[in-house]
Every structure is written in structure tokens, then in C-alpha cells.
Design a binder for this molecule. Structure first.
Ligand code: ATP
Length: 298
């Protein structure tokens, strides 16, 4: 297993950043951890790196406790921190030599490949690089020891669309060649959908949806209906029916869970039109974000 987290809690003083997080990341998956600002994504990755210690609950990374076996674990994990953690006064070459001196394993060919792929200038001081190129350099450092697991915090921040494509190309290349497990945090759902095979949607310190992307999409559908009579409470109050929009007999709502059961109820109600629509991850995510803001509530 890449990562297994059960009922994890973490607080910064009064701020409860994680509130009973359960998360399973299968080995070999590309896992998109998505959530709004402050949902707890960075905290989760820092706990997985052993930088923070959980208040309660359990966390296993590559089968290890990240605090007790931190040094061993960090030799198998590559981490792209949110602040990129680079020294501005060093050149790119100096940065690479420094990072290499800290690592037992270093794949020079891979580093060269990444420098070429991203066209990173080797003799420039890091402080002169754009934020996007700093991210690409930081990813190169994170991948240079060919870790089994890559933890990437907001890897697409500051990248233009071409940069995002190049970054995903590099990530997919690693995953395809060596079956590396990759977790990337983001609030850019459309981007995540382009690369991830698993997803976890995080809201206020816990996951509200998770699993293979296709499975998550199968569990959430939008139904558009024009009924001939007022829809019964059996439908409107059903726990799987959320985010109701429209009025009276003309409704649109999200089904979260047993879509077949809700369609069965709808079919029994005389109707003029009944339509089931797929949702993309972005729409699913906005549904949860809307509920936190109190929109579309029954
Ligand atoms: P973002 O997308 O903005 O990076 P995130 O999902 O990564 O957000 P976290 O950075 O994990 O979220 O933050 C979770 C919660 O913990 C937030 O309420 C945040 O304000 C709080 N928090 C994070 N770091 C600290 C800290 N060092 N001290 C106090 N509170 C913190």
C-alpha cells in the first residue's frame, strides 16, 4: 500500500486541520488530493513525510510509520513542498550538487532528462527563475533519487498550460516506467482529472469522496426531471438526493450513492422528461464546496 491513513487528527493550536481523515492510496496509483484552500492537503502531506506528528489516529506510508522510521522513509519518498524550498543564492548547478550531496542515490541521467525536458537554465541563480521553473527544478530534485513515492504539493501552481502538460508528461513517464506512486494536491480539478487515476475530495480535514476516478463519477450523477405532479417527499428527503435546484415540478438535483434506486423512484412519478447526466470531477467538487457554503440545501 502506498499510504493508509485511519481516523487521523491534527490541530495547530485551536485550528483543527485534520478531523478524522481516512485515506487509502494504492501503490502504483496517481492520486489527486483535491480540496479548497485550507482543506488540509498540505498538512496531510507533511504528516506523511514525518515533518508533523499526528495528534491521534494512524498513518502508514509504504508500510512504515513516518515519524519512527523517518530517515528510511525519506530515502524512498520524493517531496515537492508547497514553498519549493530552494536557496535563491545558488545557481541551478549548485543546487543540484548540494541536493546530490545529501542523497545516497542519485540518477544523473534522469536529472539530465528533466533539465532538458523543462529547459531549465543551469547557470542562472535560482532567485532569477520564474515561479514555474522553480517548481520544475524542485520536482527534478524530488524525483532524482527515483523514490517509490512522490508527494507533490500543488505542483501545477504557477505553471502555464504548456508547463502543466510537460509536468504531467514527466510524472506519467515515471509512473509508467517504474510504477511509482504519485500523490498530487491541487484545487485545479480539471488539471487533476487529466492525470490522476484515483482521487480524494477533501473538505474541512476529511475526505468526503475517494477512490478510482471512474468509481467516484459513477457514484455521483445529476438528474434533470420535469414531473407531471408535485414530487413526493420520498424523493426530496432521500439522503442520496442533494443539491436540489429548480422549483415545483421542474427540478435538477445530484444523486450521491445509489443512482439506480433514485431513478427507480423517479420513474414511478408521472413525468414529462427524465434525464440522467454525467458529472465531471469539477462539478462533483463544486457540489461539496456549495454544501459547505450552505447552497442547495433541503
Ligand atoms: P492550501 O490549498 O491553501 O495550501 P491546504 O488544503 O493545503 O490549503 P493546509 O495548509 O493543510 O490546507 O491547512 C489546513 C488548516 O490548518 C487551515 O485552516 C490552515 O489555516 C491551518 N494551518 C496550516 N498551517 C498552519 C500553521 N503552521 N499554523 C496554524 N494554522 C495552520
Amino acid at each position: 500500500m502506498g499510504i493508509r491513513i485511519e481516523d487521523l487528527h491534527y490541530s495547530f493550536g485551536e485550528v483543527r486541520a485534520l478531523r478524522g481523515l481516512d485515506m487509502v492510496v494504492p501503490e502504483g496509483s496517481i492520486y489527486g488530493l483535491v480540496g479548497r484552500n485550507g482543506a488540509g492537503k498540505t498538512t496531510t502531506l507533511r504528516l506523511a513525510m514525518g515533518i508533523l506528528r499526528a495528534s491521534s489516529g494512524s498513518i502508514e506510508v509504504l508500510g512504515m510509520d513516518p515519524v519512527e522510521r523517518g530517515a528510511e522513509l525519506r530515502s524512498m519518498v520524493g517531496y515537492l513542498p508547497e514553498d519549493r524550498s530552494l536557496y535563491g543564492y545558488m545557481t541551478v548547478d549548485e543546487t543540484l550538487s548540494f541536493a546530490r550531496s545529501l542523497r545516497r542515490r542519485w540518477d544523473g541521467d534522469l536529472v539530465e532528462e528533466f533539465l532538458d525536458h523543462f529547459r531549465i537554465p543551469r547557470h542562472r541563480p535560482v532567485s532569477d527563475l520564474s515561479a514555474g521553473v522553480k517548481t520544475q527544478l524542485s520536482l527534478t530534485l524530488a524525483a532524482a533519487h527515483r523514490p517509490r513515492l512522490l508527494l507533490l504539493d500543488e505542483p501545477t501552481a504557477h505553471l502555464d498550460p504548456v508547463g502543466v502538460r510537460e509536468l504531467f508528461g514527466a510524472i506519467l513517464g515515471l509512473a509508467a516506467e517504474e510504477g511509482q506512486t504519485v500523490i498530487l494536491s491541487s484545487h485545479a480539478l480539471q488539471l487533476v482529472e487529466g492525470v490522476a487515476d484515483h482521487v480524494g475530495i477533501m473538505v474541512e480535514g476529511r475526505l468526503v469522496q475517494s477512490g478510482p476516478v471512474d468509481g467516484v463519477k459513477d457514484r455521483e450523477k445529476r438528474i434533470r426531471a420535469v414531473f407531471q405532479v408535485d414530487p413526493p417527499r420520498e424523493l426530496l428527503d432521500h439522503p442520496a438526493v442533494v443539491g436540489i435546484e429548480g422549483e415545483g415540478r421542474r427540478l435538477q438535483f445530484t444523486v450521491r450513492g445509489d443512482v439506480d434506486e433514485i431513478m427507480e423512484i423517479c420513474r414511478r412519478i408521472p413525468h414529462f422528461a427524465l434525464e440522467i447526466l454525467d458529472m465531471d470531477l469539477e462539478a462533483i467538487f463544486h457540489g461539496y464546496a456549495g454544501e459547505v457554503r450552505g447552497e442547495g440545501q433541503k
